[in-house]
Design a protein around this ligand. Structure first.
Ligand code: ACO
Length: 330
């Protein structure tokens, strides 16, 4: 069975910045509250002309360039997103056309903040099955389009961005993908969702007036579930691979709230300097947080060939996932 490895990373972050001070002028909040309760200082917001597929294309181009790969050689495109350009066609189709991936198929994967982890798991198993050799996994979300900038409990949390990994078979002596553990728990659906716009509640004047096309969240419920589940799923993966916390070189957690990350890392006993936190700069970019964290960890020299990398996310659904990879990029 061939192994799977990550061979390139690419990201796109919009230039426009929305700071906590900007938000102080929009809703009843304060920089001090946002920093203390979430760790976020700013987030990046896409220009009105830009949609999710545009950011996804930019991130994918950067990954292909880093690998020197011709877009025509890509075989599968998985776009993880909860903010597709439109309900159909899928964002993957739009990205395939723009990139010129003439020989690829692909699809969108809806798993909110766990999307990228699910996408990585899928790509790893496609490669291990021997079915495909060159897979683009893209996490892209334009959260600013579904956030109510009059709701202080959600608008301070989210930002826009995209990130992409290329996944290919390992070569001799390489390890790459080691393990994954993913779960869903639909009993969490009432606590984090976008109520309208689907088949249950199609768009109408009423859904617009009631603000039902925005993110709705019971923050405390989600917070408690996220801390408990991210800890339990990570611990399960550590245990079944006979790993101690100090064996993990880098922890790449989904960036939803700095307090969730530090609580999980401390329960797991992970040394602080191995935990990648960049939520201060980008906020929660949903499916894009993990590639962004990987890129920043590579830039900081923390993530390099041989690093044992634990990746974890929890999100709307509920969804949760953990991946364990040995990093194989120099
Ligand atoms: N500014 C100032 N005050 C605020 C703000 C704000 N932006 N937001 C809420 N408050 C107030 C509340 O109204 C409340 O006031 P009250 O006591 O007078 O009622 C008080 O602050 C405390 O509110 P809590 O909800 O208890 O605050 P908490 O510490 O839980 O933080 C937060 C809220 C940041 C949303 C947190 O619960 C959280 O991070 N939840 C998890 C988010 C998450 O992980 N989402 C999953 C990923 S998203 C996805 O999958 C798409």
């Amino acid at each position: 069975m061939p192994g799977a490895k990550i061979t390139a990373v690419g990201c796109y972050v919009p230039e426009r910045i929305l700071t906590n001070q900007d938000l102080e002028r929009m809703v009843d909040t304060s920089d001090a509250w946002i920093v203390e309760r979430t760790g976020i200082r700013k987030r990046h917001i896409a220009d009105p002309s830009m949609a999710t597929s545009d950011m996804a294309v930019e991130a994918a181009r950067e990954a292909l360039l880093a690998r020197g790969m011709d877009p025509a050689d890509v075989e599968v495109i998985i776009v993880c997103t909860v903010t597709p350009d439109m309900m159909f066609p899928s964002t993957a189709c739009l990205v395939q056309d723009r990139l010129g991936c003439r020989h690829a198929w692909g699809f969108d994967l809806i798993a909110a903040c766990s999307g990228f982890v699910y996408g990585l798991t899928t790509a790893a198993h496609f490669i291990r099955a021997g079915a495909y050799r060159r897979i683009l996994v893209i996490g892209a979300d334009t959260m600013s389009r579904i956030v109510n900038y009059r709701d202080r409990t959600t608008c301070v949390l989210f930002g826009d961005a995209a990130g992409a990994f290329l996944v290919e078979p390992t070569e001799e002596g390489e390890v790459g993908f080691i393990d994954s553990y993913n779960i869903i728990d639909g009993s969490g659906a009432p606590y984090l969702n976008m109520p309208a716009g689907g088949s249950r509640m199609p768009p109408s004047h009423e859904t617009v007036e009631k603000g039902l096309h925005y993110v709705h969240q019971d923050g405390q419920q989600v917070f408690k579930y996220a801390v408990r589940t991210m800890y339990e799923t990570c611990q399960l993966v550590l245990d079944r691979n006979s790993l101690r916390p100090e064996d993990i070189g880098v922890f790449l957690p989904h960036q939803a709230n700095k307090r969730i990350i530090t609580a999980v890392a401390s329960r797991l006993g992970l040394p602080e300097d191995r935990v990648i936190i960049n939520i201060d700069e980008y906020g929660n970019t949903t499916a894009a947080t993990i590639p962004l964290a990987a890129r920043d960890a590579m830039r900081a020299g923390k993530l390099r060939r041989g690093t044992l990398t634990l990746i974890a996310a929890v999100g709307a659904g509920y969804t949760a996932g953990v991946n364990l990879w040995r990093w194989e990029i120099d």
